[in-house]
Design a protein around this ligand. Structure first.
Ligand code: ZN
Length: 434
């Protein structure tokens, strides 16, 4: 219990600026004066601009000298850098921080998981992440309910694309391993288990029917799971191709959890949209991803969290060992992938570490090869493309949804400033302001 309280304390510390939250509701017409405005499509920063927001969309971007439309509520962010809302392509909003090992997913009811999810969603949005691709839960469909509650305006949170549960082989990276072998779990804890291409197809249909926006499939073993190794292949290329084909019939994409090089290559050849983690990637896998246009979503921050906080909290030895074996390798692989021109989308595995800390990975991505603008693009334009929502999100442009954040001063000078985002607008509604 101590570990959970410590993790919660971390979350609460980060959600201090509640005083202004919701201070302003939806306005019909807002003019945001931006000292600096980041155009992630062109990769440039423009000085002294005004962003006109009407209803939930961006109407225009004009020079600061142009007149503001009559009746507009003016928000003065002339001391700030204004950017599109950030997007994290790898979160787990439902339930508590993953820490205690095998039995952790069994310690809460579905209702408790949902309320924890509501808290996590709020912390994520107030940290400037207006959209997430939530890549799976152990308990089926709680993420679907969370997404829908946010969309209906019942609770505050980011736009969510959800995977529901993981498609995994028995005792694989997405199964609940490490439990007594004779323990029979309710169906919704093992709804993603499949052991043939035909079963994979069946799971894809069931998950999409239940509300999944996309599919997450486990190509290799995992770091934070018992009894399997990150480097080991799990599903075959044929089984993952079955997932890709079946999901495509519903217009849905597939992303693959893959640490080991063989598993990455199997998934890329099977046609997945993106590779999660990519920790033990090799040159051949990098070349293949570049050729196929497969996105890499590498969570290169949280290895430090696990090695320090996880160790201090007494996470299982097996998790700590596998974390040590993958952390630096992943960062070196990331650097090579960036140099080779592999598409990079921002994803952090928030849920392994406290929600709302999502921006802590931005400076790591610069340390391992991206430019500051490249890191911002990975968390906006590229992340929107990876989800398939680039028609509505990912940049500040007329016609797009008004998901807007601001960071003090010249934000690109030091990406650690994104740890505190004082202004957040989602769909034209100001949810936080200085
Ligand atoms: Zn994850």
């Amino acid at each position: 219990m101590l570990t959970r309280r410590a993790a919660l304390a971390g979350v609460l510390v980060l959600s201090i600026p509640v005083a202004h939250e919701g201070a302003a509701g939806a306005e019909d017409l807002v003019a945001i004066r931006a000292g600096r405005l980041v155009d992630v499509e062109k990769g440039e920063v423009r000085r002294d601009q005004v962003l006109i927001v009407r209803g939930e969309k961006i109407e225009a971007i004009q020079p600061g000298s142009a007149s503001v439309p009559a009746g507009a509520k003016v928000v003065d962010l002339s001391r700030y850098t204004v950017l599109p809302g950030l997007i994290d392509c790898h979160t787990h909003l439902v339930g508590d921080i993953q820490s205690a090992g095998a039995t952790a997913p069994l310690e809460h009811s579905a209702a408790q998981d949902a309320f924890l999810g509501a808290r996590n969603a709020r912390d994520t949005l107030l940290a400037g992440f207006t959209t997430v691709r939530d890549v799976g839960t152990y308990r089926l469909f709680v993420d679907v309910a969370l997404r829908d509650a946010i969309n209906e305006g019942t609770i505050l949170g980011p736009r969510m694309a959800v995977a529901t549960t993981y498609i995994t082989r028995s005792a694989g990276a997405g199964d609940l391993t490490g439990l007594p072998p004779d323990l029979v779990l309710p169906k919704d804890f093992r709804a993603g288990v499949a052991n043939s291409a035909a079963e994979v197809r069946q799971r894809v249909r069931e998950l999409i029917n239940g509300g999944a926006d996309f599919i997450k499939i486990m190509a290799t073993g995992a770091v934070l799971a018992r009894g399997n190794e990150p480097g080991a292949v799990e599903f075959s290329e044929e089984e993952m191709r079955a997932a890709v084909e079946e999901a495509a019939r519903f217009g849905a994409r597939v992303t693959a959890h893959a640490h080991g090089a063989e598993g990455i290559k199997n998934a890329v050849r099977a046609g997945v949209q993106s590779i999660e983690h990519g920790s033990l990637i090799d040159d051949e896998a990098i070349a293949l991803m570049k050729e196929r246009g497969t996105y890499l979503v590498a969570d290169i921050y949280n290895g430090d969290y696990i090695a320090t906080v996880g160790k201090a909290q007494g996470w299982p030895e097996e998790y700590l060992r596998k974390n040590d074996e993958t952390t630096d390798a992943q960062r070196q692989g990331f650097r090579k992938a960036v140099a080779a021109g592999v598409k990079i989308a921002y994803g952090t595995d928030a849920g392994v570490y406290p929600h709302g800390w999502n921006a802590r990975q931005l400076p790591y991505m610069v340390r391992y090869g991206l430019t500051p603008m490249g890191a911002i693009q990975a968390a906006t334009r590229e992340a929107a493309r990876n989800i398939g929502w680039e028609d509505r999100l990912g940049s500040l442009a007329p016609g797009k949804l008004a998901d807007v954040i601001a960071v003090e001063g010249d934000a690109l000078e030091d990406l650690s400033r994104f740890a505190s985002v004082p202004f957040v607008m989602k769909g034209g509604r100001i949810v936080k302001q200085p």
